[in-house]
Design a protein around this ligand. Sequence first.
Ligand code: HXC
Length: 257
Amino acid sequence: MPTTLIITPPLDGVLCIRLNRPDALNALNTQLLAELADTLSDADNDDRVRAVVITGNARAFAAGADIKEMAERDLVGMLEDPRQHHWAAITRFRKPIIAAVNGYALGGGCELAMHADIIIAGESAQFGQPEINLGIMPGAGGTQRLLRAVGKSLATQMVLTGEPISARRALEAGLISEITQPELTLERAMAIATRIAAKAPLAVRLARESLHKAMDTDLATGLRFERHAFTLLAGTTDREEGIRAFQEKRPATFQGH
Ligand code: HXC
């Protein structure tokens, strides 16, 4: 079976993954999710990778779970669905992900984009959770992450009507951080990823974990985590290097320890 991803080897610490099922608007079938989970798992253990960009094509980032595949699964099939393990593996990935979105980011496609730490979108991108039109509902974080990103009213409107929002609306609502011309989306995402990849990896990892805590714990727990992580970084060589480079008025070179 042909591969469903086009992977560009790490350049300046950034691995680029392009979803590649153009005939199905990059619908997320089991094979694609498995390949994505495996690629991220390998990247987690590869010191050359410090950030990842995930993108699609001009027409679609991804139009959701593969509906044809889903139609073949009954209740028991869904309970035993291997895709849930692939989603869990994607969630466990420890390095920053930037999503470069053009065209449709619908259903599981919108949920995949929301697994990214930062979303950059082209002007024509559309974000939506249309599962309700199929008599189902989001199942890979679409009710939880969307509500945290855009708030209750808009998330509820999107999930219960199934109607997508434009890139402009997504920017206003805080779902994405920047809009670009469609042909520049990937370039901009790569530039942001390259900047992050040049920072001290342990500081990036702990800052990212701390940001994630803000999504899933109360303030006091999050603040405690942040303080511990901040203190832990005092034990790193990269912190010494960062401070020394500042004092010597030169760029820092971080080693990851
Ligand atoms: C499988 C899909 C697909 C999908 C599109 N295609 N979306 N195949 N699963 N999710 C296929 C079409 O069948 C068609 O192939 C080809 O891609 C082009 O799509 P068209 O419909 O012809 O394109 P267009 O008219 O431009 O319409 C684009 C669209 C529409 C508005 C995005 O395709 C659409 O509504 N797609 C479904 C979107 C959706 O409901 N997503 C949520 C899925 S459920 P053929 O071979 O037929 O020509 C989900 C649950 C996640 O994501 C749960 C996670 C745990």
